[in-house]
Design a protein around this ligand. Structure first.
Ligand SMILES: C[S@@+](CC[C@H](N)C(=O)[O-])C[C@H]1O[C@@H](n2cnc3c(N)ncnc32)[C@H](O)[C@@H]1O
Length: 271
């Protein structure tokens, strides 16, 4: 079967959920989540700190993954509890963070009481959920008046405009694969603030951080592992040829390769 390009699953098939065949929680995925935290936490922390995180705030980290952001929130808001949700909380042992409360929680189905949290953060989660707009509406109901929601995901314009055809094609076809398989929308971040505003948030703001990617860096390693995780589907379903896949892998390890990485878009608003 050749990979689709129109965003719809093939006739007669239904989409999978996150974690079924893509983003499976195996050993490489734990490593990829750890690397994701190392690469992106400094950017998330900088913005969250500027937006305002204080001791005593009750925080919710949605789709906490490896848990690094939830742990940072624990340090900032102690002794108040930080609720960290995910479909899989195996990487969220409280350890030294006594105020960390991991909960198995599917944000598309499970709820929290209204007005439970002062801060809700979701990074690289909602873009993967086909029901993202409905989920966003429900999440805002869990915020207390004055509470802040911050949502983060990638923007792909640096890849769209890359002069390096091999780099561009591998990442765009990976993005097509996750869209066709689980319904990820890699373009959602472009109008974040309007999505937040639709659900009654005010003081909306957003910015986008564009980083250079150099072969051999942690950021390149993150994208290499991300594409590698989907190798079987990318090759088996005709999204990339073996040569295209191998060329991308080599580029990500070539210290002479420089380009722009998918950018990080952050948006926030207050209830
Ligand atoms: C790309 S990872 C990002 C992890 C973490 N937010 C970070 O940025 O380090 C996406 C996370 O969302 C979780 N996730 C996916 N679908 C979810 C759902 N319906 N409800 C809760 N978590 C979900 C995944 O299990 C995974 O841990």
């Amino acid at each position: 079967m050749t990979g689709g390009t129109n965003g719809a699953p093939a006739a007669g098939t239904s989409r999978e959920r996150y974690g079924e065949s893509l983003f499976v929680r195996d050993t490489p995925e734990y490593r990829r989540l750890r690397l994701l935290g190392e690469v992106f936490d400094p950017l998330s922390v900088r913005t969250l700190a500027a937006v305002g995180v204080r001791p005593g705030m009750r925080c919710l980290e949605i789709g906490a993954g490896g848990g690094s952001m939830a742990r940072w929130l624990c340090g900032q808001t102690a002794p108040t509890q930080v609720v960290a949700t995910d479909l899989d909380v195996s990487a969220l042992e409280p350890g030294q963070d006594e105020n960390l409360l991991p909960i198995v929680h599917d944000v598309t189905r499970d709820s929290f009481p209204t007005e439970s949290f002062d801060l809700i953060h979701a990074r690289f989660v909602l873009n993967h959920l086909p029901e993202r707009d409905e989920v966003l509406k429900r999440i805002t109901q869990w915020l207390r008046p004055g509470g802040v929601l911050m949502v983060e995901s990638f923007s792909w314009f640096p890849v769209d405009s890359s002069p390096n055809a091999g780099y561009r094609k591998a990442l765009l076809r990976w993005s097509d694969l996750v869209r066709d398989t689980i319904g990820t929308d890699s373009r959602w971040a472009r109008n974040y603030p309007s999505a937040l505003g639709c659900h009654g948030l005010r003081d909306l703001d957003a910015h986008t951080v564009t980083q250079h990617i150099r072969g051999g860096s942690d950021l390149a390693d993150f994208w290499r592992l991300t594409v590698d995780m989907s190798r079987e589907q990318l090759l088996g379903r005709g999204y990339l040829s073996t040569k295209e896949y191998e060329d991308f892998t080599s580029l990500m390890q070539d210290v002479d390769f420089w380009d722009l990485a998918p950018a990080l878009t952050q948006a926030w608003g207050r209830k």
